[in-house]
Design a protein around this ligand. Sequence first.
Ligand SMILES: Nc1nc2c(ncn2[C@@H]2O[C@H](COP(=O)(O)OP(=O)(O)OP(=O)(O)O)[C@@H](O)[C@H]2O)c(=O)[nH]1
Length: 521
Amino acid sequence: MTALKSKFFKLNRLILFMALTATVITFINSLYSNYQVQKEQLILQAMEVNKAYAKKLSETTDVFLTASLQQLAYSAKKTSVKMNSREALKEEAERLKYQTDTFNSIVISDAKGIAQATSPETLDLVGKKLVSTGSLTILKDRKLSISDPYISSLKNLLLVISAPIFDDNKKYLGFLGGTIYLKKTNILSSILGEHYYENGSYIYVIDKNKQVLYHPSQSRIGAYVNNNTGIEEIVTKKEGGMLLTNSNGIEMLAGYAEVPSTGWVVITQSPLESTQLPLTGIMMKVITRTLPMAFAVFLFIWIFARAISRPLQQLTDKAKLIDSPEVSKDIEKIDAWYVESLGLKRAILSGMKLLHRQIGQLQHDAKTDPLTNTSNRRAFQLRLEKQALLETPFSIVALDVDHFKHVNDSYGHSVGDEVLKRLGLIMTQCTKGDDMIARTGGEEFAILLSNTPLDNAVIFAENLRLTISEELFKTVGHITVSIGIAAWPNGSVSIDETLSLADNALYEAKDLGRNRCVVTR
Ligand SMILES: Nc1nc2c(ncn2[C@@H]2O[C@H](COP(=O)(O)OP(=O)(O)OP(=O)(O)O)[C@@H](O)[C@H]2O)c(=O)[nH]1
């Protein structure tokens, strides 16, 4: 990953992105499922309403047809004695026609199919033979019946509700028929037409042959329904609900129910689209009610995520300053409140501790002579530079073991080492905290006496020389040392020159016979 990318992908931003994505996805998902559920509910409801409505209308139609048949049957019984009087028959026809709005016209025929009376009279059929298919079927069947629709001799699309007329000896005398003109205002249109919905809903009635008996659009009456996707199921099942595409290609929710006395089917249909109209309003309500919660969830995730990221962010920031000695204290203060962050904090702290310890060890090693555990030449040089910087006065005591080669040669190198170690200890015991002892060569040492004037340094050096000469070294016995002393400041002499002056004094001490102190003033 490039540096640019890694800078962009900050934990805070990632968490914000995660919180936002989670909230938006949840919100959209909940909206979508709500939408689907509401849609299904609305469809189911509309379907149930249409089914119930179709059932109710089919029952109403059935009640009307049954009542009409009863009415005609009763009238036919009364008419049997009037068959010889056209006047009486005319009166009965008039009564049936005008007493109720049930029929568009009434025809009373004799057994041969000759019309004996009509109402209204304008039909102009009296005395004429009825030749329409409907009339011939009625004459043949001789029973209470409701005909299939047919086109009459007067070119009306009609159906006939008829009752046979028998005398007391069961002799067939003719029939009494009430017609319903399907394409004109009729009782069916009165029963069904007063029921209508808004939003493109409508009712229609078909017979067993899928021929339309009633439809709000008059041009459809008498036509056969063929290009409706659900019509086969409707005529087979006779009762139920379904989604279909009507003859105009519109998706409709249909409920349908059979009229038991005729086998007709009443169908109520409403456009699928109109049933979904309330959806927008419902969804708006869902959105306005869900949004505050979604916002609260987002806020909660964000705040919580920030709380999770905070200790990690702080640990990262502090870990960058790992070389600073103060940073451990800052890391200690970080509130690592959950297990992983606490583990990380502890790991960083112990890592830092280890690192500082190792750095300390390395620093110590870089400045220390491993044999005598005194400082080395490099550390001594740095100390001199510091003295110069702070302009603190000091004295240098340069010390060299006399005839050390003889020690090595006589007792071995390791005995010589032990002598050097012991010397280091003796010098340490003789100096103060602020002084520095360094091994500057094989058997050479230099001691920096801080804030010590030359006279005091001479006293110190003389004491040290005596202490060493009185010391009984293991295996070796007594040894002596030669010492050169110089002090700073000393006129225009530099600090480096001061060390050389001490060295020179030491060589002089050697030359003068060893085991002595020589001062450079
Ligand atoms: N055991 C031991 N010997 C060392 C060490 N460093 C240097 N020497 C020995 O110290 C001796 C120094 O010898 P020289 O330079 O001749 O000096 P000296 O014998 O002390 O004689 P003067 O200084 O003239 O009195 C040599 O034999 C070195 O091998 C060390 O770390 N351990």
